[in-house]
Design a protein around this ligand. Structure first.
Ligand SMILES: [Zn+2]
Length: 150
């Protein structure tokens, strides 16, 4: 896996994603605009991101991973299947990158549009695949439009 993908996963596990919830603030989700009022935490919080409708749609449509099967699937390795772990890690990187981009450049925000969010997160997957043959091969298995080349 590319270092950027490994970092995104380790940062997730270390609660190092820069969310409003991490700073004890309650703000709406950067992606879907929702999530406020859930157990006192805001939508911009790791507790929401794993269940965010935009994140779930992205994982299902582009990575063929059904996050709704388990509440903790977003946060933990999804099993011992190598391809599945690879897709999951790339998905984590894509969500992490897209959230950061939305926070730092409002022009990159998808303004709550699910289709735009899924497309932009898929773009981050493609970027990750540029740096890893393993990622390219894995994504190519599910999406033929990813070029597999050295
Ligand atoms: Zn959300």
């Amino acid at each position: 896996m590319p270092p950027c993908v490994c970092y995104a996963v380790l940062a997730l596990w270390s609660n190092a994603w820069t969310t409003a919830g991490r700073y004890q603030k309650s703000e709406p989700c950067v992606l879907c605009g929702g999530g406020l009022g859930l157990g006192g935490s805001g939508g911009d919080d790791l507790s929401h991101i794993g269940t965010c409708s935009h994140v779930q749609a992205f994982f299902l449509r582009k990575l063929r991973i059904e996050l709704r099967e388990s509440k903790n699937l977003f946060f933990l390795f999804p099993g011992i299947d190598g391809d599945l772990i690879c897709r999951w890690a790339i998905g984590i990187y894509a969500v992490y990158s897209h959230l950061n981009l939305c926070r730092h450049d409002p022009d990159e925000s998808d303004n709550g549009n699910l289709e735009v969010a899924v497309t932009k997160m898929w773009g981050h997957c493609r970027i990750a695949s540029l740096f890893s043959q393993c990622a390219r091969v894995t994504l190519h298995k599910i999406w033929a439009d990813i070029a597999v080349e050295d």
